[in-house]
Design a protein around this ligand. Structure first.
Ligand code: GUN
Length: 285
């Protein structure tokens, strides 16, 4: 079997076109979505991600601003800034780019953002709402992965989904979203003794390890759906995922490439969440 490739770049582009239309209609009703991104320090990768977010927002008509703060900004100064953004009615979505300098508690920062403006979906209130299936901001990468599966009508219900990785940003929430869609979910991580024993039983395999080419054709079941969340830069400068794409695509039914896979979807979902923030979340019953 040769897998069908789920091209996240094209799908994200299609989704942005739809959002552009939606934003035009919102503006006619006097709602003009605005995203504020806070960037602390000068991590080159973070700077490049923030540029990508600004460009994508502009393309769909979402205005954005970037607050750049020096690396030695105190935790208190950052929290004060977030309080000000929480109260600013012109700001719909707040995103603080991670990682933050070591002297600042990321968890404290996340918990200071008003959950109604938390377009990353990282606030414990939003994570809790996701767990119990309430309307919320879904974390962007897991939301992008779900959208990729749905775009190809891939059945999730009743399937065995295996997630490798248990980060708060990707692994844990993507497993939860698949569970919400009635998959049977298994998590693997660095302490899992025999990874292949588990991955070879997966109908849907989500790989978020953070090391290049760890998963190969031998690790997967015939016809598995393989989602590669890794973005690794090799010494040659080439970007590659956590999955050996060339080998694995001969055995999978669907596979996502790197680049042009999950990455562009993450940004598209951030914009979706920003529009949702501008419209307002449904209140809890
Ligand atoms: N750093 C890497 N990924 C992300 C993300 O999804 N959101 C934020 N805020 N920072 C990140």
């Amino acid at each position: 079997m040769t897998a069908e490739i789920i091209n996240g770049k094209d799908l994200a582009q299609e989704i942005r076109m739809g959002m552009k239309e939606e934003v035009t209609q919102l503006k006619e009703r006097g709602i003009s979505p605005h995203l504020t991104v806070v960037l602390v320090g000068d991590n080159p990768a973070s700077r490049s991600y923030v540029k990508g977010k600004e460009k994508a927002a502009a393309e769909v008509g979402i205005s954005s601003s970037v607050i750049e703060l020096p690396a030695d900004t105190s935790e208190k100064a950052l929290l004060d800034r977030i309080h000000t953004l929480n109260e600013d009615e012109n700001v719909d979505g707040i995103l603080v780019q991670l990682p933050l300098p070591k002297h600042i508690s990321e968890q404290k920062v996340i918990e200071t953002i008003n959950p109604a403006k938390d377009v990353d979906g990282f606030h414990p209130v939003n994570i809790g709402r996701m767990m119990i299936g309430e309307d919320t901001f879904l974390p962007c990468t897991p939301y992008g992965i779900l959208t990729m599966l749905q775009s190809r009508d891939i059945t999730i219900e009743g399937k065995h989904a295996v997630v490798i990785g248990r980060s708060n940003i990707v692994g844990k929430p993507v497993g939860q979203l698949l569970l919400n869609e009635n998959a049977t979910v298994t998590y693997c991580h660095s302490r899992t003794p025999d990874l292949r024993e588990v991955t070879s039983k997966a109908d849907i395999l989500v790989v978020a390890i953070g090391k290049p080419n760890v998963i190969t054709a031998e690790d997967i079941k015939d016809g598995a759906v393989v989602i590669d969340v890794g973005i690794n830069r090799l010494e040659t400068g080439k970007l590659t995922g956590d999955v050996d794409f060339d080998g694995t695509k001969e055995k999978a039914s669907f596979i996502t490439p790197v680049p042009k896979g999950v990455g562009p979807m993450t940004i598209a979902m951030l914009l979706k969440n920003t529009i949702k923030a501008a419209r307002g979340l449904e209140p809890l019953e």
